[in-house]
Design a binder for this molecule. Structure first.
Ligand SMILES: [Zn+2]
Length: 293
């Protein structure tokens, strides 16, 4: 499942070829993604201009000249391949390699920018939906989402309020999209290691009884923002199938401190701990039991 940095990287890759451009032709090869494509999908896009390409959590939001918003999610295995006269690219670094088989190009956008954008999704958990802009706030997919972790609304006070009295683990609380939107397994593990907090610690312990933030809440918020910013700058979590123009693999996964590093030494300066893997709510958690308390 791509996480926020990958989706933001995808958004930045698509922005130059989509924003301000019209859909000159839309091909819908398979309508059965996670859900069926919207009724009259092709007709509702063709000829429309993309006025802006935004993001909310892991959803890409293309504002259309028709007053509708094209909501897109990459699902488990989705990616966009941009084909231009001077070559092709797959924006967004992914931890798992992305398919390039044309058989999995379920939707293809031909843009007036000259680019062809293919949505490729072998497992078909991705989705596309059209929503009236005026109704976006009431959209069920988005309505329940907590604040954006990189936005001003997400701070220690807000996080402490949300965790007040919570008996669940910090890992579970941070993975809860209603508390903070767009964080997944990788960046929750990474942020907790940076903040030196155990993923198994009770969520309520980052707040006072009155729900005010303590030092842990501040450390956690700082760590979350820092790790997401670094990953976005690095172009998503990994670029395994996408070499940079200098031939180097520009992947953030080389910078993972704990994720997928079971048995390796903890990178915290002065710490002699070894990264452990445990399973919490069905997902692997990686952490250092020595410096993360
Ligand atoms: Zn450690």
């Amino acid at each position: 499942m791509p996480e926020l940095p990958e989706v933001e990287t995808v958004r930045r890759g698509l922005q130059p070829v989509m924003e301000g451009a019209r859909f000159t032709k839309v091909e819908a090869h398979r309508g059965d993604l996670r859900w069926p494509l919207p009724k009259d999908f092709v007709a509702r896009l063709q000829g429309r201009k993309v006025e802006g390409l935004g993001r909310r959590a892991k959803y890409l939001l293309a504002d259309l000249s028709s007053g509708e918003v094209l909501v897109m999610h990459l699902g488990m295995s989705g990616s966009f391949r941009v084909v231009r006269s001077r070559g092709e690219s797959t924006p967004g670094g992914y931890y798992h390699e992305r398919s390039k088989q044309a058989a999995h190009d379920h939707v293809v956008f031909h843009m007036s920018s000259g680019a062809r954008i293919a949505f490729n999704d072998p497992r078909r958990f991705g989705m596309m939906k059209l929503v009236q802009r005026a109704e976006l706030e009431r959209e069920p997919l988005l309505r329940q989402l907590g604040p954006e972790p990189l936005g001003n609304e997400f701070d220690a006070a807000m996080l402490a309020r949300a965790c007040k009295g919570k008996k669940t683990s910090l890992k579970a609380a941070l993975s809860d999209q209603r508390i903070v939107a767009g964080l997944g397994n990788i960046y929750v593990c990474e942020a907790l290691n940076r903040a030196r907090l155990s993923p198994r610690r009770r969520a309520s312990t980052i707040a006072t009884k009155a729900g005010l933030p303590n030092e842990r809440a501040q450390a956690l918020v700082d760590a979350i923002k820092a790790v997401l910013k670094e990953a976005i700058e690095a172009g998503g979590s990994s670029l395994r199938d996408h070499r940079r123009t200098d031939g180097e693999l520009g992947d953030f996964q080389h910078n993972f401190r704990v994720y997928d590093r079971e048995g390796k030494p903890c990178p915290t300066p002065g710490c002699r701990g070894t990264i452990r893997r445990v399973v919490q709510t069905g997902r692997s958690t990686f952490f250092c039991p020595v410096c993360q308390k």
